[in-house]
Design a protein around this ligand. Sequence first.
Ligand code: DOR
Ligand code: ZN
Ligand code: ZN
Length: 428
Amino acid sequence: MSTVIKGARPYGEGDPVDVLVEDGVITAIGAVQVPEDAEVIEAGGQVLLPGFVDLHTHLREPGREDTETIDTGSAAAALGGYTAVFAMANTDPVADNAVIVEHVWRRGQEVGLVDVHPVGAVTVGLKGEKLAELGTMANSQARVKVFSDDGLCVADPLLMRRALEYSTALDVVIAQHAEEPRLTVGAQAHEGERAARLGYTGWPAAAEESIVARDCLLALHANARLHVCHVSTSGTADVLRWAKDRGTKVSAEVTPHHLLLTDERLATYDPVNKVNPPLRTESDAEKLRAALADGTIDCVATDHAPHAVQDKDTEWTAARPGMLGLQTALSIVAETMVRTGLLDWRGVARVMSERPAEIGNLADQGRPIAVGEPANLALVDPDAEWTVRGAELASIAANTPYEGMRLPGVVTATLLRGRVTARDGKIC
Ligand code: DOR
Ligand code: ZN
Ligand code: ZN
């Protein structure tokens, strides 16, 4: 089985080339003789990138299959240019044991559109009381490489310290949802003028920054790897800079929505804009973009969080936090980072594929576009635009904050180990 991508520009650089893919591997790049039985993708000079890797996805299976399943979430991912996603552990039941993580892994392989790597919970039931059996999950067939209580913070410093210490022996990473719970009781929106005017209890920047500072110190002393989920404040970027300068093994992600959207959206009263951590100020968003460009923040992760209408379309305070992200991530990065000149396409490959693959310890993802490498690829039309319609996205839920927006950058094809998983907006 072979595929030829004709006339693509790897990393958006140089003259268009043909890329021959055979048996899941890139076997030739240049002017390629097209084999007779080959599937041909006419790229017309579009940008060819390594397939994207999402370190932070909520797929809701098991437990809330009315909002997303591994099947529909995989479809959304493939359409968004992803070849691997990490599925967060806050399902029902929680992914805190080998049975659940193996189910998620196997179901992802059956669906076959992206590799679905289950994230294991750090604590039993996400309760923050007792460490889960990290070793059993790491050594299971799911080969869990990332552990997180995301949705909740591992707030107890002793538990976090133990988790970090334990992680070094397993060569896994602890991903923290940084939110000091005592500082965010009842919090509804970024603590600032806009929340105050609407009477919403504030979510202070210090609730994030204090946990990130604490965890960086714990990781440094334990010589462990820490990953900071969804950095949302400029102060967190400063803490990360400080910690990295001192040799802390810390990595960090930023979501597309924190790069683009701000708490100005509060004025709409529309809970589609409610997310945890909350949308911050224009100045935060600007500094997050700069921190992503200079490597202080390593990568983009979606925090794709599907929610049912009855859980989301309510008054602000009752609505669940979270928004869809898999199918819009590339476009938001194109809008905020490429159009602004902060990143070129090679930089996009770094923040959406190479760094997340390294952090998640995936050997076959985020690889160079070169002969002999696995054909995990995303083809992007940088000049095309599209209009976001929640109802048309592959997710079961439709809670996109970009409804009706016209965005640049269209993913025209995705290949997973040489198999075309999505093409021209359709699952293959
Ligand atoms: O907005 C969020 N939604 N933040 C989280 O931490 C959890 C997530 C979810 O599971 O819906
Ligand atoms: Zn989170
Ligand atoms: Zn999350």
